[in-house]
Write a protein that binds this ligand. Structure first.
Ligand code: GLC
Ligand code: GLC
Length: 816
């Protein structure tokens, strides 16, 4: 069952009924000001940091799940009837409804008793504000007298405090209303130099800033007293819950349309110019006024919207494919790329499942997000690499997370997730291949942000690998530390106290837990470093990495091999995990994936056997589950993984992040059909028709789909912010379609199912445009046998680097 459809032409997903199984959200903003917005206009906004600079309030886990947001109300002043054009929160039955989620904007429209309305929400490039452009049309044959109300509930900036510290917060709220602009200035009197503003382009009948006055006692957002009666109260909030609402009267003749623009924005004043006049408590508004005036103009809004669309056209234009498979084309050309960008921006901080309070930027997460993003804005990838590397510790280890606002490592979570440093090497390698910008390796970067500790990034990479080699266990495999990629495999924490952290509690010493996964990851990273060192003519490092990689490969192929698949780990006591010897958790997907991606077992048949075991034991129609059999009780020696009920999350859910590793593995071993089959099982567009089962958005990946042991097999959760986005992009574009940036050129190496014909790709790379045609006849399952570049046959399948910027390079690759 579907709740809408893709509009690929406009790069939008069009939701055609408001009661989607879960709120289906989109993101506003791509630089510093961000918001989430649901298909019924729920959500909130923040400046840079969802915890520390939250502009509007949102109550998670509400009933209904999604309540509170950027609500506009309409009231028929003849009859007193009122409704929400976005359906929520009044839930009146609308004559038609649509929500178009696009690239950085959402347009929610509907019709009710002959009144049509459409609100476009977006954040202009370069600004810290969001626009709600409401257009109201009278489709009736007679004139209509209407009232339009805006509404937003302000958050008192620090989202956690806002949710908990009521004894203080009920007294601190302050606003100013001047010339129809509502200013939210809680704590501006003391240490804050920022405020929020909510402005409106039309003359106003009235306003409200006190939630109590607007809603009325014992009422909720579905029937605010002000909307019901059509009378704003011009309330000024003192403490309690400051909010903003404008009241605009509209008289519309038959067929007439009116446009009203609302602006919600964030503004900082210089410390010494906070007040105007000085020595008062009144906000200095002179600095913000020009911005407000500008965006209350229809033409400026139109231009900003066009600029946003052009910006996205440009970003998505870096790679555009035409394969004829709609699920592949629209995900690669539009949605997967878009999700990569959002995930890169927001990391794991703010979605419907991430409260914006709990987690900052993950070291491992950010490094992986880069893989799906680096081709779009390499300059931002560069900045992210340097920020992340600056939180690395002198040992080569890393803070697991850092705060986006301060860019400092998070001490609460600390370090000791022993896979973290290796991901940095992969992120940097991807950046180098995309850009060729080797200068980044010489950038001085501090350790733990300590001034004076700066060393070239290249050394950070060396220490990353050194960190693993300095921590090898009894089998020669890397010590796992608090956890590796799987945050829930906690082999050194034996927790029996509710509420303790599985990751950071230290209650036992002297264990020997090792990770096969980190072994595989190390090989992958060391191979990248071998190439990086080689290109730098650092033969010592090159040789060291080559040796370390081949040594680790041997260890993984022996101590890490179980007979038909790669093992997962050894626990605190040295007992194997992920082996036929175990009763539960006999086979895990992660080591099969990462070891094969690293090239382990490709030549001696281990990879093929591992892939066959995955097909047999882990693959389901809804994707590949994380392990089997699931843990049916709490294993104190394994930790959080066994706390989840069977089939959910890390306990045998389809943890989508891991699936692309298997797609890549299938492609590396020449099984294009298998690779694409895995790809389509979790491709959101391909699952659109089962939206009632999948339940999450059909245009973006979710972190998890309930596994075969779960009663709700096939149900997705935790959509949007997941390494799934980047890795699926890598799997489909680089390994199945096979268009892969390398240090020396663009590799053309598709691995396709027999029934596919050829396809075409436009790829901007190193300043040139590669126009690529893959020629393939149906029936063939081979690889590229011949390649013609600008009319000349070349040896191999690496399209050379451009001779000059702006060049168009024509590539024809013949698959046999
Ligand atoms: C979450 C984390 C990621 C981790 C994964 C598996 O997605 O963000 O870092 O690898 O869970 O536990
Ligand atoms: C929990 C989740 C896991 C996530 C981790 C982040 O363990 O199950 O997916 O990565 O929290 O801290």
């Amino acid at each position: 069952m579907r709740y809408g459809h893709f509009d690929d032409e406009r790069r939008e997903y069009v939701i055609t009924r408001p009661d989607t199984p879960l709120p289906w959200i989109n993101y506003l903003g791509c630089e510093a000001y961000f918001g989430i917005i649901s298909n019924t206009a729920g959500g909130y906004s923040f400046y840079r940091d969802a915890r520390l600079r939250r502009l509007s309030r949102y109550r998670y886990n509400n009933a209904p799940l999604d309540l509170g947001g950027r609500y506009v109300y309409l009231r028929d002043d003849e009859t007193g009837d009122f409704w929400s054009p976005s359906w929520q929160p009044t839930q009146r039955e609308l004559e038609d409804y649509s929500c178009r989620h696009g690239m950085g904007y959402s347009i929610i429209g509907s019709r009710y008793k002959g009144i049509r309305s459409e609100t476009t929400y977006f954040v202009p490039l370069g600004e810290n504000l969001e626009i709600w452009r409401a257009r109201v049309t009278n489709d009736r044959e007679t004139a209509a007298r209407l009232s339009l109300f805006s509404s937003i509930e302000f958050c008192l900036w620090e989202a956690l405090d806002d949710n908990t510290n009521f004894q203080r917060n009920y007294s601190t709220g302050e606003v100013e209303v001047v010339d129809g602009v509502i200013y939210h200035k809680t704590e501006y009197r003391e240490r804050r130099d920022h405020f929020a503003y909510f402005a409106c382009s039309a003359p106003q009948k009235g306003f409200d800033t006190s939630r109590d006055a607007f809603l009325g006692a014992y009422r909720s957002w579905d029937r605010p007293i002000v909307v019901e009666t059509g009378k704003s109260t011009d309330s000024i909030a003192h403490g309690w819950q400051p909010m903003g609402s404008h009241h605009v009267e509209l008289e519309l003749g038959p067929g007439e349309t009116r446009e009203v623009i609302f602006l919600l924005g964030y503004w900082e004043n210089p410390q010494d110019q906070k007040f105007d006049p000085p020595n008062t408590q009144t906000i200095n508004k002179r600095t913000v006024k020009p911005v407000i005036e500008k965006y209350l103009q229809a033409t400026a809004v139109e231009q900003a919207f066009d600029a946003l669309r052009d910006y996205w056209m440009g970003l998505l234009g870096v790679i555009q494919i035409q394969t004829g498979n709609e699920h592949v084309d629209r995900m690669v050309n539009i949605w997967n790329a878009y999700q990569c960008m959002v995930t890169f921006n927001i990391s794991r901080s703010a979605s419907l499942y991430e409260s914006g309070i709990g987690r900052g930027m993950g070291f491992r997460d950010s490094s992986q997000d880069l893989l799906g993003f680096v081709h779009m804005i390499p300059a931002r990838a560069r900045e992210r690499i340097l920020d992340t590397a600056a939180t690395q510790l002198p040992t080569g280890g890393a803070y697991h997370q850092y705060q986006p606002l301060t860019k400092r490592g998070n001490n609460d979570v600390g370090s000791g997730f022993n896979d973290d440093p290796a991901w940095l090497v992969l992120g940097v390698a991807a950046y180098l291949k995309e850009t060729g910008d080797t200068s980044i390796l010489d950038e001085p970067v501090p350790y733990d942000n300590a001034p004076g500790s700066e060393k070239p990034l290249y050394e950070h990479l060396q220490r990353s690998l050194g960190y693993t080699l300095d921590r090898l266990g009894p089998h020669g495999l890397p010590f796992i530390g608090r956890a590796d990629w799987n945050d829930c495999l906690n082999l050194n924490c034996f927790s029996n106290t509710p509420g303790e952290s599985f990751q950071t509690t230290e209650n036992k010493a002297g264990g020997v837990a090792e990770s096969v996964f980190i072994g595989g990851l190390f090989v992958l990273a060391a191979n990248e470093m071998t190439r990086i060192a080689g290109r730098r003519n650092d033969t010592v490092e090159e040789e060291r990495c080559r040796k370390a990689s081949s040594l680790m490969t041997k260890v993984v192929e022996t101590a890490g091999w179980d007979g038909s698949w790669f093992r997962r780990a050894y626990d605190y006591y040295g007992k194997v995990i992920g082996s036929a010897e175990n009763d539960e958790g006999q086979i895990f997907v992660e080591p099969q994936g990462i070891c094969i991606v690293a090239g382990i077992g490709l030549e001696n048949g281990l990879a093929n056997r591992a892939l066959a075991s995955v097909r047999e034991r882990l693959a389901t129609p809804h994707g590949i589950v994380l392990q089997q059999p699931p843990y049916s009780y709490y294993h104190i020696n394994l930790g959080e993984i066994s706390t989840y009920p069977e089939g959910y999350k890390e306990n045998a859910g389809v943890f989508c992040h891991t699936n692309p590793w298997l797609m890549i593995g299938e492609a590396m071993t020449g099984n294009g059909a298998g690779a694409l089959d895995y790809y389509l099982r979790i491709n959101p567009s391909a699952r659109e028709g089962i939206s009632e089962i999948h339940r999450c958005e059909p245009y973006v990946y979710a972190q998890m789909i309930a596994g075969k042991d779960a009663p709700t097999h096939g149900e997705a959760k935790n959509s949007w912010l997941s390494g799934t986005a980047a890795w699926n992009f890598v799997a489909i574009s680089q390994w199945i379609l096979g268009i892969r940036a390398e240090h020396n050129g663009l590799r053309i190496d598709p691995c396709l199912p027999a029934e596919w014909g050829g396809f075409t790709v436009i790829r901007r790379f190193r300043g040139a445009i590669y126009e690529i045609s893959i020629r393939k006849s149906t029936g063939s399952t081979g690889r590229v046998a011949r390649m013609v570049v600008d009319g000349r046959t070349i040896a191999g399948n690496l399209a050379p680097l451009p001779a000059r910027v702006g060049q168009t390079i024509e590539v024809e690759a013949f698959v046999q």
